[in-house]
Design a protein around this ligand. Structure first.
Ligand SMILES: NC(=O)c1ccc[n+]([C@@H]2O[C@H](COP(=O)([O-])OP(=O)(O)OC[C@H]3O[C@@H](n4cnc5c(N)ncnc54)[C@H](OP(=O)(O)O)[C@@H]3O)[C@@H](O)[C@H]2O)c1
Length: 314
């Protein structure tokens, strides 16, 4: 995807990529011709110095020069992206920190837990470099360089101001490094949870001999509403209707089980709804639900805290 027309080149900016796979190449393609220079260093099982002729050719096509050491990359870049294999992310940050200084911003796009991002931020702070916990909220192959990037950490605001005009799509997440990583993981509860729900429902539908009809029954009502309206409705009506919905899920689980499918997600949904129902929370007026989903979350927070013995973990 080409960068938006409104993007402004920054001839003074020197960009470096640690790792030169799908994510780094996608950003390089978007930044090509819009920054002063781009270099990359990779040290994986396939891509490592001396680089293959094919990788060199690909780098050249993207306007990137491959360098042979992390130290060389640090000398030739101010904005350093780390987009390596996920398990290597922390070690790469540890290896890179000693060659960084006050002029550097280290942008870690690797999908690692908040603790790792916090540790990386401490390493960078000790060198006077800025750190950005940047999370790709989608596939680079799908969005190109405009893939939504959620960013937190001490370098996040400056990174947004720098990279936004170049066509990158940066959204600030309030808080220190780790906040964006936590947000990405919380989002996975929904994205991966929906996958598991859909698989369970559709497998039961297949066993019932109605996969196409069930697919339409599940997707068509969802296609007709905006997802944000649906999510708001779920939250604002949950206090009022969760008890009834939990009871229904007991029958649903029985049906699913009789079809020869273990009702894993169905049972989990019932347990979450029973958790809500236990609070017997009702709006001050009306019986349709709350006006604001944040009010529901605030009240659940109070009630859950009051119900839990002090210090007990969920
Ligand atoms: N691509 C996406 O859409 C996406 C979405 C969300 C998050 N991410 C995150 O972005 C990061 C990069 O993803 P990707 O899809 O670009 O992966 P990728 O295509 O596998 O590229 C990783 C690159 O890093 C190199 N590498 C591996 N270990 C290294 C090390 N120790 N030091 C230096 N370079 C090393 C790899 O070399 P080899 O070629 O030898 O393996 C490759 O060039 C991952 O941590 C992932 O969690 C990516």
């Amino acid at each position: 995807m080409p960068p938006p027309e409104s993007s402004r080149p920054d001839a003074a900016l020197r960009v470096g990529f640690l790792g030169f796979g799908e994510a780094a190449k996608t950003f390089a393609a978007g930044l090509r011709g819009r920054v002063g220079s781009m270099v990359a260093f990779a040290n994986g099982p396939r891509s490592h110095p001396p680089y293959s002729a094919a990788l060199r050719a690909e780098a050249e096509r993207l306007g990137v020069r491959l360098v042979d050491t992390i130290a060389a990359l640090a000398r030739e870049a101010d904005l350093v992206f780390s987009a390596v294999a996920t398990p290597a992310a922390r070690a790469v940050a540890e290896e890179t920190a000693p060659v960084l200084g006050a002029g550097h911003t280290f942008v870690d796009v690797n999908a690692v837990p908040p603790d790792d991002k916090e540790a990386m931020a401490r390493l960078m702070a000790a060198r006077g470099a800025r750190f950005v916990d940047a999370e790709l909220m989608g596939a680079a192959s799908l969005y190109g360089a405009a893939v939504p990037l959620y960013a937190s950490g001490d370098g996040a605001a400056a990174f947004r101001d720098l990279a936004g005009p170049l066509g990158l799509n940066v959204t600030l997440v309030p808080g220190a490094a780790g906040a964006a990583a936590a947000l990405k993981m919380i989002r996975s509860v929904v994205t991966k949870g929906m996958e598991a729900l859909i698989v369970e429902a559709m497998f039961a539908a297949f066993r019932a001999g109605v996969p196409e009809a069930a697919f339409a029954a599940v997707t068509e009502p969802m296609d007709a509403v905006r997802f944000s309206d649906f999510a708001r409705m779920c939250l604002t009506t949950d206090p009022v209707h969760s008890e009834r919905r939990a009871q229904e899920m007991r029958s649903v689980a029985e049906v699913v089980r009789r079809l020869g499918v273990e009702p894993i997600m169905t049972d989990a949904a019932r347990r979450r709804l029973e958790w809500s129902a236990r609070f017997k929370l009702r709006p001050a007026t009306g019986d349709q639900g709350f006006a604001d989903y944040r009010e529901v979350l605030r009240r659940y927070d109070e009630l859950d805290t009051a119900a839990r013995p002090q210090g007990e973990e969920p």
